[in-house]
Design a protein around this ligand. Structure first.
Ligand code: ATP
Length: 346
């Protein structure tokens, strides 16, 4: 039986094989009620297969899936209290917006007056009041995606699954929808499980993120925890940009061969002769590349031992002329040791 204080979703050692491809490989995971939870990873890492197993479109090869404490591993999709929003909206083109949104209620034979009331409520929720009588073809991509969201939410599922729902939108609209989607989740208070390969999108919206790599979860944590304390090389480089120091470079910087990462924005470029305190890491190199990005500048520095370090600096009181003149110069790199993050080798 489903219980109210159980987590929304539990994966216990779940695997899914397609022939000899391990799409999902021994994944265990708990998602709490009311969380905005993101499955993040590159293409082919197993995110969508996990989402489809929650929806019931796909069966695990091994392991158990629970929804609010109830074992749903072998339940068909229609017996699960979840709904899915897909990237391609999948709206019915011949129906009006209102008919699309109310479709689930019509199937359940909800009376017309209640259908109309709840459809109007949903249009308010997705900030498109009064559009009931339009056809999907008369809407922009962003508007169609909001209608798909309204159609999924009108059934009041306990969990909403979102499979790259913003993937087809241009960057500006996508960023606007990210903020709105988070607002809507807050308003309806149900669990959202969101799939994306876009780390910035995941950081913007999520309460917690699971980072997938080759069918396995590398790390689960809040956006700040993943960014500030990446546990593995994969997470350090997939979530934001990191410099990974290993081998001789690690030894020369810290005295230890332990591999570690440091974010480019933690490193400062100073004159070679600048004195450095023992609480800081330091090395020298030559500025090989300078990319002026308006708000920031990205530098690529070739260390004396041949390895490369990326540095990002805000353009607080420097002009593009100043920063571009750094190219080719010998510099010192300095950063507080406290920003070094040891990485587990997997
Ligand atoms: P994307 O972002 O590209 O959708 P993803 O992280 O969601 O990627 P999945 O779609 O879960 O990844 O796929 C994981 C692996 O399983 C991939 O190697 C994929 O080719 C394989 N796979 C997924 N579905 C099937 C299927 N029905 N038959 C065979 N292989 C499949």
């Amino acid at each position: 039986m489903a219980t109210t204080n159980s987590p929304a979703i539990e994966f216990h050692n779940v695997s899914r094989l397609f022939g000899d491809v391990k799409a999902v490989d021994h994944v265990s995971l708990t998602i709490d009620d009311g969380e905005f939870f993101t499955l993040l990873g590159p293409s082919g890492s197993g995110k969508t297969t996990c989402l489809r197993m929650i929806a019931g479109f796909e069966q695990p090869s091994a392991g158990q899936i629970k929804l609010y404490g109830q074992d749903v591993t072998n339940l068909p999709p229609y017996e699960r209290d979840v709904n899915t929003v897909f990237q391609d909206y999948a709206l019915f083109p011949h129906m009006t917006v209102g008919e699309n949104i109310a479709y689930g209620l019509m199937i359940k034979k909800v009376p017309k007056a209640e259908r109309e009331r709840r459809t109007a409520e949903m249009l308010e929720l997705v900030r498109l009041p009064g559009l009931q009588n339009r056809k999907p073809s008369q809407l922009s991509g962003g508007q169609q995606q909001r209608i798909a969201l309204a159609r999924a939410l009108i059934n009041r599922p306990r969990v909403l699954l979102l499979d790259e729902p913003l993937g087809a939108l241009d960057l500006k609209l996508r960023q606007q929808m990210q903020v709105e989607l988070k607002g809507i989740q807050h308003e309806v208070g149900i669990t959202f499980i969101f799939v994306t390969h876009d780390q910035e999108e995941a950081l913007t919206m999520s309460d917690r993120i699971a980072v997938f790599n080759q069918g396995k979860i590398e790390q689960v944590g809040s956006p700040a925890a993943l960014y500030e304390h990446p546990a593995t090389r994969f997470v350090a480089t997939f979530v934001g940009v990191s410099n990974v120091m290993e081998g001789e470079t690690a030894v020369s910087l810290t005295g230890s061969p332990q591999t570690f990462s440091v974010r480019p924005e933690k490193i400062r470029l100073v004159a070679v002769e600048t004195a450095v305190s023992p609480t800081q890491c330091t090395t020298t190199g030559r500025v090989e590349e300078v990319v002026y990005l308006g708000m920031n500048t990205r530098y690529l520095v070739r260390l004396d031992n041949g390895s490369e370090i990326a540095v990002v600096a805000q353009n607080l009181d420097t002009t593009s002329m100043d920063v571009l003149s750094a190219r080719g110069k010998q510099v010192r790199l300095v950063w507080p040791r406290e920003f070094n993050r040891p990485l587990a080798e997997k």
